[in-house]
Design a protein around this ligand. Structure first.
Ligand code: HEM
Length: 181
């Protein structure tokens, strides 16, 4: 897992729970926390941090991972505004993930393992998005999708209709978007 993901987690934890929360989380997870954005780190570190956060907050790991994704996407929008500028809406941004966004990510972060999405955009109201995540981080994907609506000032609801954690070959989300009221 690329260091930038850990950097985003650190920023999320510090903003949501205060400056000392990150150090407390590292200590409980038993990881050293020296993550540089371009480095590669053990997936087990992320697992340990999520487990520790789950114990500290009394929330299940999928809830933690989804909340992290929801917060991480607006942080990415702050860091990489050019990735968002060409796309006028959340829907058009999501539809560009396979062909533009993650390929650009792979140029910046060599060796990143980004997931592939399958789209059914036949309905103007609901975007159906399948996700095959090597690390089975489907709740992270769902959180990122929800978080993508924030920079576009849209409201989003997403239902997970298939899930790798429930034995399906891939995850699938039904995403409804509208302008924020
Ligand atoms: C709604 C939009 C997005 C979704 C749903 C999404 C989804 C994901 C998921 C699920 C992963 C985990 C990879 C795995 O399955 O193992 C991932 C990895 C990653 N994504 Fe995205 N992503 C989105 C947008 C972005 C954006 C805008 C950026 C950067 C500007 C980005 C950068 C990355 C990076 C650096 C990784 C780490 C890959 C690695 O550690 O090897 N993603 N993404």
């Amino acid at each position: 897992m690329k260091g930038v993901v850990f950097n985003l987690l650190e920023e999320f934890v510090r903003r949501a729970h205060g400056e000392h929360a990150w150090e407390a989380l590292l200590a409980r997870a038993g990881v050293d926390g020296a993550y540089t954005s371009l480095g590669n780190y053990a997936d087990a570190d992320l697992g340990a941090l999520v487990t520790a956060a789950s114990e500290m907050l009394g929330q299940p790991p999928p809830t933690i991972v989804r909340a992290f994704g929801r917060a991480a996407l607006p942080l990415l929008a702050e860091k990489y505004p050019n990735f968002f500028r060409p796309f006028p809406s959340t829907r058009s941004f999501l539809l560009a993930l396979n062909d533009i966004i993650h390929p650009e990510v792979n140029k910046l972060y060599r060796g990143a393992e980004t997931p592939t999405f399958q789209f059914d955009a036949s309905s103007p109201d609901v975007l159906v998005m399948g996700c095959t995540s090597a690390r089975r981080l489907c709740q992270f994907a769902q959180g990122l999708i929800e978080g993508a609506a924030a920079p576009y000032r849209e409201d989003v609801t997403s239902d997970e209709t298939l899930c790798m954690h429930r034995g399906n070959a891939r995850c699938e989300f039904r995403i409804a978007l509208r302008s924020a009221s």
